[in-house]
Design a protein around this ligand. Structure first.
Ligand SMILES: [Zn+2]
Length: 95
């Protein structure tokens, strides 16, 4: 893969759940900014699907050296509120 043909979308492993926002390019590193675009997420405790996202945070997934550049993948992911009343205060699913 040639560096001059590489674009941000080729850096994303799964474009159905990640949406590319922008790529900040400098001489020595690229910052790939993405948003997790899932409409819902499963609660890791009870497995019930939640569709109520109550906040989000940035996660730095990995550093990917490509063609001598440091490529950092940054994903904004949602925090989801568990929809299962059986889970006490549940709000821990990440997507
Ligand atoms: Zn739950």
């Amino acid at each position: 893969m040639m560096a001059n043909t590489l674009n941000g979308k080729e850096l994303l492993p799964d474009q159905t759940s990640l949406a590319l926002c922008n790529v900040d390019k400098s001489d020595h590193n690229w910052m790939v900014n993405t948003i997790a675009s899932l409409e819902a997420a499963k609660c890791p405790d009870c497995g019930v699907l939640s569709t109520s996202r109550h906040s989000s945070y940035l996660r730095h997934l990995r550093d990917l050296p490509i063609q001598g550049r440091v490529v950092k993948l940054r994903v904004r992911v949602g925090r989801w509120r568990c929809g299962n009343p059986a889970v006490s205060g549940g709000s821990s699913a990440n997507a």
